[in-house]
Design a protein around this ligand. Structure first.
Ligand code: ADP
Length: 524
């Protein structure tokens, strides 16, 4: 590898580490030889190691080693102590980085187990080792007792890692996840976050206000994690961390009453909680996005498949009708009937799959309008009257004096009513009645569709609304169906924030009931 590049890595890393460390030592006067409770250099080094190839690690760590030695000599401590502390500050990120990447890729904060791994290996294990080495050196040279130097040093490095490393890891584009929020919302959340942080850090008269306000930072960060995407969230986290530490170190803000050092310790607790909440929500919201993408993908796949099947099906059906226009033999008639039935069955499945795909696709826009459910019931009865008549089934629509208005998607509600009525007719016996009624009960529209048909066994009732589920009853199976009708109905009901239930007894009949909140009619 190019020596110049390695040299550049060493110098840049050393300069960055030295600057951050000097700033911290400058802000928190080194009057506490028992370890700094905020050491962003630890997060800086770990973050850089994780985003750079392993072969550059020796160069980067050399930079940190030299910088740390120089910084320590200015405190001043003896050369021996400075060298051991430098070893501690280079071994620690090396161990953390190695542990984190030994079996897994570099953390991207896209899943909760990944965050726990980062926490345990990056913020707990590595820093515990580094701080043990540092505290031992401090004890051996008589600078301070091993305890409490060790835990304080560890806290400083752990918080440094939690606040700074994620921003470095996410920034170079490892997670190219666009923010979910639009530009206005983005600005709003960022302004809110800055305002809440400023409010929490400002000096307020009376300590009640002072104490409560820092808690507001966590929800603001969580909001950012949900809506702004990883880059902005991790940067906000680092920014808030630096601001809180700077103000506390200067002796101001809500933690001032514990003294500068005590205040810094309490501040780290708040920051650790905010960082963990922010990172966890960031991972969870990533899962939500992935689920949405999966839905879109599934729906696109179903759409393509259904469209691909539609063409050949039309051809098959067309040709089946053209077969043998003269006087067909029994065999030809039977063959033609079989082809037609098969093709129509696939055709129904294709239609239903298309309908489901459309409904499952989160990017399809839905046009909400005011719909009169009783009108849809009358239409459905008209549409199915002929088929019902052929099967000896009557359809009764219970008259409703006024319209039964709901706010919803007309086509979806139409499909819902038609599927229920068509099932009732399909699974009825000859010389029986299907009764459809809808009415307003309180703030809900209630639709019932009852039949005196074959009924549904209790075990089947539990699964009716699952995709492709058909009951095991041979009587039901002998009637054509796809097992998709009721899952479409369920989707429509869910999308209108409604409820659907069934009561049924084998041999007696079934009653399907749908309740949909009416909501305010559109346009008012
Ligand atoms: P299908 O296309 O098979 O009718 P559905 O999802 O609409 O699919 O219904 C699922 C199953 O529920 C049906 O196969 C049938 O066994 C049962 N079912 C639905 N409605 C009724 C009903 N009104 N009476 C009896 N069984 C019904």
């Amino acid at each position: 590898m190019d020596v110049r590049v390695l040299l550049r890595d060493t110098v840049l890393m050393g300069l960055a580490y030295a600057s951050v460390s000097f700033l911290v030592l400058e802000a928190v006067e080194f009057g506490y030889p028992t370890g700094s409770v905020f050491w962003p250099g630890a997060g800086l080094t770990l973050g850089v190691l994780l985003v750079r190839p392993r072969r550059t690690w020796p160069a980067l760590l050399t930079g940190v080693f030299v910088a740390e030695t120089a910084v320590d000599l200015t405190i001043p401590v003896s050369l021996g102590t400075a060298l051991i502390w430098a070893v501690a500050n280079t071994v620690e990120p090396a161990v953390s980085a190695w542990l984190l990447t030994r079996r897994h890729p570099v953390p991207t904060f896209a899943d909760v187990p990944g965050i726990l791994r980062f926490l345990l290996l990056g913020a707990v294990a590595g820093p515990l080792i580094g701080s043990a080495v540092g505290a031992t050196a401090a004890w051996a040279t008589g600078i301070s007792a091993f305890w409490p130097t060790w835990p304080r040093w560890w806290v400083g490095d752990a918080i440094g890692v939690l606040l700074v490393a994620p921003a470095i890891i996410v920034w170079p584009g490892r997670r190219r996840e666009p923010p979910r929020a639009g530009p206005r919302e983005r600005r709003g959340i960022l302004v809110g976050l800055v305002a809440v942080t400023a409010l929490a850090l400002a000096s307020w008269p009376g300590d009640v206000w002072q104490q409560g306000l820092p808690f507001l930072i966590a929800p603001a960060l969580v909001m950012a994690a949900l809506r702004l995407g990883p880059a902005a969230t991790t940067t906000a986290l680092a920014g808030v961390g630096l601001a809180v530490n700077a103000v506390t170190a200067a002796g101001f803000g809500p933690f001032a009453e514990y003294g500068t050092y005590g205040g810094l310790v309490v501040a780290q607790g708040c920051l650790a909680a905010a960082a963990l909440a922010g990172l966890t929500v960031m991972a969870l919201s990533h899962d939500l996005v992935s689920l949405r993408e999966l839905d879109e993908h599934r729906s696109a796949l179903a759409n393509t498949l259904a469209h691909e099947l539609k063409g050949p099906l039309t051809t098959i059906l067309g040709h089946a009708e053209l077969l043998e226009p003269g006087t067909p033999s029994d065999q030809t008639l039977a063959t033609r009937g079989a082809i037609e039935r098969g093709a129509r069955r696939i055709s129904r499945t294709v239609e239903d799959v298309l309908e489901l795909a459309r409904m499952d696709n989160p990017s399809v826009q839905r046009r909400l309008v005011e719909v009169d459910l009783s009108g849809l019931v009358r239409d459905a009865a008209d549409i199915h009257k002929a088929a019902a008549g052929r099967a000896g089934v009557r359809i009764d629509v219970v008259p409703e004096p006024g319209p039964v208005r709901v706010t919803g998607v007309r086509e979806e509600l139409e499909t819902m009513v038609q599927n229920l009525v068509s099932n009732a007719v399909k699974y009825s016996r000859a010389d029986s009645t299907v009764t459809v009624a809808c009415s307003v009960v309180g703030d809900q529209a209630v639709l019932t569709c009852s039949d005196q048909g074959i009924g549904i066994a209790r075990e089947d009732q539990l699964h009716l609304f699952e995709e492709f589920y058909r009951s095991s009853d041979p009587q039901a199976r002998s009637r054509p169906g796809t097992g998709l009708g009721l899952s479409i109905v369920q989707r429509v009901v869910d999308r209108h924030h409604g409820w659907i239930g069934v009561e049924s007894e084998i041999g007696t009949g079934s009653v399907f009931t749908v309740r949909i909140p009416r909501a305010a009619p559109i346009g008012r």
